[in-house]
Structures are given as C-alpha cells and as structure tokens.
Design a protein around this ligand. Structure first.
Ligand SMILES: NC(=O)c1ccc[n+]([C@@H]2O[C@H](COP(=O)([O-])OP(=O)(O)OC[C@H]3O[C@@H](n4cnc5c(N)ncnc54)[C@H](O)[C@@H]3O)[C@@H](O)[C@H]2O)c1
Length: 378
C-alpha cells in the first residue's frame, strides 16, 4: 500500500482527491497529508476526504516516512522547485500539466528523477480519457497512416481568470491558452500520431472582451471573486494589463507527413462555456471525438468510420465519464511506480519543448523546426 499526499488544494484538487478516495477504498493507498498555503483549504480537504494530517508546509510531506506518492497540484511556477524537493526526499511525484515553465526546468526535473531513482509522472490526463484511448487503439489497428488530426477546445476566458489569478501572470503560468490547453493536445497528437517536425503558431488576445464577459456575469461571479481572495477592481487592473494569448491556432507537420491543427481559445460566449472536438482522418477511416470539461461526470462521445467495416459509422456510448480519467491516471501512476516506468516525464517535457517552439514561431512569425533528438532514456 502506498501513502499519498496532495499538495495544492485548489480547483483541480477535487478530481484528484475523489480519485484517491476511490483508490483508498480499493486498498491501494493510504491518505496521509493534504497541504495548501491557505490553511483552511488544506484542513477542509483533510476532513472531507479523511486524510490523517494537514499542513501548510510541503516540507512536512517531504519529511514524512509514510508518504510514497505526492500529487503536486500547484501553479505552474511552483512545479519545478516543489517536485524536485519532494523527489530529493525520495517521493514519487505526479505533477499536473504543464510540467513546468520551460524546457530547462523540465530537464532539471528529469535529472532529479534519474538521480533519485524514483518516478516523475506528468498529469496529461486526456490520454486517460477513454475516447482518446480508444482512438489510439483504432488508429494503430485500422486507420494508420493518419493524414490529418485537428483539435478544438474553447473555454469562457473570464471564468478561467476569475478562478486563478496566477493564470493571468506569465511568470507564474508560463503562458496563456497555448501553454495551458495547447499542451494537452500536443501530448494527444504525439500519443496518437507520433513526433512532430514543424510548427507555425498564431495567437491573439482581447482583454476588453474578457472584461465584457465579466460584466455580463458580474453578479453571479461575486462569490468567485471572493473565493479567489481579491476584489473586482484588482481583477480589472490585472486583465487590462494582460499580455497573454487568449486564442491560438497552430499548423503542425508530423515526421510521418501527417498534418495537425490545434485551435484553442478563451473566447467562447456561449452559456455552456465549453467546446471540445477532435477529428482524425487516415487511410483506414475517420474518428470524431466530442468531450466535456475535465470535472464532468459525463461520457465523452466517439464516432468511428472504418473502411474495412463496410464504410459505416459506429458510435460508442456509455464510455467512462470524462472525470474518471483522473482515477485511471492515479492508477497508472501507481503502476508506473511499481514498474519504474519513467516515460511520462519525457512526454511531459516534450510537450513543453513543443509549446516553446510554438511561442518562438509566434515571435518570429515563421514556422519552427522541432528538434527530435531529446534524451528519453532512463
Ligand atoms: N488536468 C487538467 O485538466 C487540469 C485542470 C485544471 C488545472 N490543472 C493544472 O493543475 C495545476 C493547479 O491548477 P488549479 O487550477 O488547481 O490552481 P489553483 O490556484 O486553484 O490551486 C492551487 C493551490 O495551490 C496552493 N498553493 C500555491 N502555492 C503553494 C505552495 N507552495 N504550497 C502549498 N500550496 C500552495 C494555492 O493556495 C491553491 O489553493 C496547474 O498546473 C493547472 O494547469 C489541470
């Protein structure tokens, strides 16, 4: 049985805590520590999920002899230091995506993983969404070679910024939507199609639009502003100064000749606030995936058209809920620890390499060649 700790009890922690609770019931983990610099959050999570201790200092987790698995669910700027400190204390770490602020930090995290002979796992949870897992199986068995893969994901930007102030500050977040959501699809594209050769990225941002979104929902969102321990004036001044991309469109060329497009944005104004669709076209057929926000207990949809199946569309119903991917991810993290499988850390770094190549392309206004000679051996 592995002892587990959660560091960072904010927005995403609920889905990880739910997953850990299920793993405790399955007899796989004991719930040792919750940790947050905001004491109330750490204490509430401890009580609600039945952990043994809470703390406001992650060093207590490092010192604990009972913790084997640490879930680092912090603002991106803290991933590097906190993960390395935990790994130096012999803890296996699951760190949320994006792995770190830049390639250099990711490399240092990998060095620490190697030196300490433990596992660093990066939370690219879309791989654990059953629709994307099935897509990979069908591509490998029936559809490959792929000619084209396209993904689109849209969020309501104002909501995003209201939840977490750090997201609006590039030195804490590492970037805007391309970093935050683009990295998910870079990982999915590599998982399903393979390595990339070139990328061209375009981005824009309309802060006044985010403010308009806020005004429309101002009343309902007072509580969110309060929960995020700041007032509307502070939020407004932040957003007006914002220098992050809110929409990004990329064109990708894969090493195998396939083309890809990632289209992610904080620009939707529709009441449901979310849209996610991935299309895959290949020699043997077509796959269309429609999914939902990470926290929803709703099944994703996958439609598959196979040439070798009489050219018919088939749709899978009743797939595991989108949110179940976090349970699958936690289980796979444990499996990786048992087998000393370190591949997730290399995939996490690769996503950041490509995020950065995208930003370079945007700055230079030209396609950037992606280097493919990275160290991915243990
Ligand atoms: N996989 C997904 O679908 C998904 C979804 C949402 C967020 N995320 C990722 O999860 C991470 C956290 O995002 P979030 O939305 O939960 O952020 P958040 O701001 O809601 O939560 C972060 C928490 O960490 C606490 N914290 C900050 N520094 C700390 C420290 N040094 N020690 C202990 N606690 C500290 C904060 O008080 C806060 O409660 C980010 O990397 C984000 O990109 C992933």
């Amino acid at each position: 049985m592995f002892g587990a700790a959660v560091i960072g009890c904010g927005l995403v922690s609920k889905v990880h805590l739910d997953a850990l609770k299920r793993l405790e019931s399955d007899g796989h983990v004991s719930l040792e520590f919750t940790c947050d610099v905001i004491e109330e959050r750490a204490k509430q999570s401890m009580k609600k999920y039945g952990f043994k201790h809470y703390t406001t200092h992650y060093e207590d987790v490092s010192r604990s002899k009972n913790v084997d698995l640490a879930f680092v669910l912090l603002p991106v700027s803290s991933h590097h230091k906190v993960s390395i400190d935990l790994m130096n204390s012999g803890k296996n770490v699951l760190v949320e995506k994006p792995m770190a602020l830049n390639t250099h930090e990711c490399q240092e995290m990998i060095e620490s993983m190697k030196k300490n002979k433990i596992v660093l796992y990066v939370g690219h949870v879309k791989r654990k969404n059953e629709a994307y897992r099935l897509a990979k199986v069908y591509v490998d068995k029936h559809i490959s070679p792929v000619y084209l893969i396209k993904s689109c994901e849209r969020w309501y930007g104002a909501n995003h910024f209201l939840m977490n102030l750090w997201r609006a500050n590039p030195s804490l977040s590492g970037g805007g939507i391309w970093m935050d959501i683009g990295c998910h699809y870079i990982d999915i594209f590599r998982y399903i199609v393979g390595e990339m050769k070139n990328i061209y990225l375009m981005c824009n941002m309309f802060p006044e639009d985010i403010l308009k979104q806020i005004k429309r929902y101002e009343k309902e969102w007072q509580q969110k502003v309060k929960d995020s321990y700041r007032n509307m004036e502070e939020f407004e001044s932040y957003i007006k100064k914002i220098r992050l991309e809110g929409n990004s469109l990329s064109s990708i060329e894969f090493c195998n000749g396939a083309l890809g497009g990632i289209d992610v944005g904080w620009c939707t104004k529709s009441p449901e606030m979310y849209y996610e669709r991935t299309e895959i076209f290949g020699h043997g057929g077509i796959i269309i995936i429609e999914s939902h926000p990470f926290y929803q207990p709703i099944s994703p949809r996958i439609k598959i058209y196979l040439e070798n199946n009489g050219g018919k569309w088939n749709e899978s119903f009743n797939l595991p809920f989108v949110v179940d991917a976090f349970y699958q991810q936690a289980k796979d993290f444990i499996k990786a620890v048992e087998n000393r499988d370190c591949s997730s850390a290399f995939d996490g770094k690769r996503a950041i390499d490509i995020v950065q190549a995208g930003y370079l392309s945007f700055a230079k206004k030209q396609p950037i060649e992606i280097e493919n000679n990275g160290d991915d051996t243990f």
